[in-house]
Design a protein around this ligand. Structure first.
Ligand code: ATP
Length: 300
């Protein structure tokens, strides 16, 4: 079952140009869904629509299986979100920021310690939020977003501006929440490598349209089709001729023979022929296309 589902979602800031066009999001329940795209792709607009912060113009949005238009308050009460710069009380410590949040939203204050522990802020004591590092501020904002134990977290670029350590801390926190509480998480980013270690699903948006959506494995399988095999032998020129006899279009780069990874049978045949003709095979390596390349290919 999908936790978030949109159909034909489009949005116009001006009459002539749609900033997002016919977006069909499908975020499975229990997933960590990475919503990826370069700056200006339409991620924040989509997220604002999901959260009812922009008026729905075209298409439908359903969250928890219910239409957002007609059940907005009920649905929002089950979501935690972090969008743009969060407003914290800089003159108050983490604990009091959470206490005010609980009071404002009429929620019990009994989860303060648990949430501070979860976000790694339990030892910040009387230090005020204004003196926190960017990573600590971001974790406090997350603590606020998840205070009411939401089933779904929607986070717009929560790792923006963080150093590598801060990014790892947020990643570990989100993976823990997902594993222990089964919280579904939609997280946007413009940097694939920042989120690829935590996501189970990916949606790639570019210029307002969804270019790819599926599991991380499906995205990774695209990688295998672009893999290359390289061979180091005792005679590259002769090896190239033999490769061509096996219908492989090979090139010699740095004394290595390179070609697109063929079927296993073709690789086996090539190696057999090389050995039969007394050409020594020193090394066979497969180079994987990295995910960043796939991402760039999808958006270019
Ligand atoms: P970023 O990573 O830079 O935040 P994004 O993927 O979140 O980018 P959006 O913020 O949704 O992208 O912006 C999509 C497009 O809509 C951009 O061209 C942006 O300039 C435009 N846009 C966003 N908000 C408005 C607005 N309030 N009025 C007019 N145009 C807007």
């Amino acid at each position: 079952m999908n936790c978030i589902e949109t159909k034909n979602l489009s949005h116009y800031y001006s009459h002539d140009q749609a900033v997002i066009q016919q977006i069909d999001l499908a975020v499975p329940k229990g997933a960590i869904y990475g919503f990826l795209g370069p700056n200006g792709a339409g991620k924040t607009t989509t997220i604002r629509l999901l959260l009812g912060l922009l008026k729905l113009q075209k298409g439908t949005i359903s969250i928890f299986g219910e239409d957002v238009q007609s059940n907005r308050i009920k649905i929002l009460s089950r979501i935690g979100s972090l969008i743009e710069t969060p407003s914290l009380y800089g003159h108050l410590p983490a604990q009091e920021n959470l206490a005010i949040h609980a009071r404002l939203f009429g929620i019990k204050k009994d989860r303060i310690k648990e949430v501070l522990d979860l976000t790694g802020l339990a030892n910040t004591g009387k230090k005020t939020a204004g003196k926190f590092s960017l990573g600590m501020k971001q974790r406090l904002s997350l603590a606020i977003a998840l205070y009411h134990n939401p089933e779904l977290l929607i986070l717009d670029e929560p790792t923006n501006g963080l150093d590598p350590n801060g990014i790892i801390e947020i990643r570990e926190l989100l993976m823990k929440l997902n594993a222990e509480k089964k919280t579904t998480i939609l997280i946007s980013s413009h940097i694939l490598t920042e989120i690829e270690k935590m996501v189970s699903h990916v949606g790639i948006i570019h210029q307002g349209t969804l270019k790819f959506q599926g599991s991380l494995q499906e995205l990774q399988s695209k990688r295998h089709s672009g893999n290359t095999l390289s061979l180091i032998t005792s005679d590259s020129v002769a090896a190239k001729r033999i490769a061509e006899q096996c219908s492989l279009s090979a090139t010699i780069i740095d004394n290595k023979l390179q070609f697109t990874t063929p079927e296993h049978a073709t690789t086996a045949l090539l190696v057999k022929k090389l050995v039969d003709q007394n050409i020594d095979v020193y090394r066979i390596e497969e180079q994987h296309q990295n995910l960043e390349n796939i991402f760039m290919n999808l958006i270019n």
